[in-house]
Design a protein around this ligand. Structure first.
Ligand code: MG
Ligand code: MG
Length: 253
């Protein structure tokens, strides 16, 4: 069931989203060669918990053990922070995080270069960010969920990349994952209609190579099947009559 949020619920999600944006900014400031993904997780968790009423959504969600998902290079999503995973110059790190405040969740992800990365890698990050922007641009009242995925995929494939098909964006609210599913592919004017008050997480996962993915033996970490690099950018947005608003940023227009 797709739920429509009240103004109060939306403002609570925006508050959660501001904490989340702050946590991701703090992580980004501290990404550098020699830092472990567990150190970044500790920083984010401490930051989130320093805000009264806020808690990390991921910790305990489906028994996930940490507050961040940290996915390096060919890892697409759901990497588990570890003191044994130390960042190296030229890596890319996808950081996914959720914050729960007042019983409502916000969800956002970004991919951060570690030190100096190759031009081809910068291009992958840029295009994935642009594909998210295109998806958000298509997430307007009167469009359908298929318009979002279509817009994302057009941008990614025009640059020669592929979008992950087996993982999708989602509705979000009192539950972290709600209906509808928001794939990063689709047909215009297909799928559930977008109406004011819907809150969804749009999250392109873009592979430099083929779209196929597989899960590692830890049962969490998802990697590209061909070993190619993967980037992930995500925002939680609310569909509004006056335009779509991003809820996971530090200052909101
Ligand atoms: Mg996320
Ligand atoms: Mg999500």
């Amino acid at each position: 069931m797709v739920t429509i949020k009240s103004t109060r619920e939306i403002e609570t999600m925006a508050s959660a989203g501001r904490v989340l944006a702050g946590a991701l900014a703090l992580v980004a400031e501290n990404v550098k060669p020699g830092v472990s993904t567990e150190q970044l997780d500790d920083l984010a968790e401490e930051f989130i918990l320093s805000h009264p009423g806020a808690r990390p959504s991921f910790k305990g969600l489906y028994d996930f053990p940490k507050s961040l998902c940290t996915s390096i290079n060919n890892e697409v999503v759901h990497g588990i922070p570890s003191s044994a995973r130390v960042l190296v110059d030229g890596d890319i790190l996808s950081v996914d995080c959720g914050v729960c405040l007042g019983g409502l969740h916000a969800d956002s992800a970004t991919t951060i270069p570690v030190g100096e990365v190759a031009d081809a890698t910068k291009q992958l990050l840029q295009v994935t960010r642009e594909s998210l922007d295109a998806g958000i641009g298509a997430a307007v009242v009167g469009n359908h969920v298929g318009d979002i995925g279509h817009a994302v995929r057009q941008v990614a494939e025009a640059a020669g990349y592929s979008v992950v098909r087996d993982l999708v964006g989602h509705g979000i609210g009192t539950s972290f994952h709600e209906e509808p599913q928001v794939p990063n592919y689709g047909e215009p004017k297909r799928g559930p209609r977008l109406v004011a008050g819907m809150t969804i997480a749009i999250e392109p996962m873009v592979n430099a190579g083929a779209h196929e993915i597989k899960t590692l033996a830890d049962k969490w970490t998802i990697v590209t099947s061909d070993g190619s690099l993967s980037a992930h950018f995500e925002h939680t947005v609310v569909i509004e009559d006056g335009g779509t608003r991003i809820l996971t940023q530090s200052s909101q227009s």
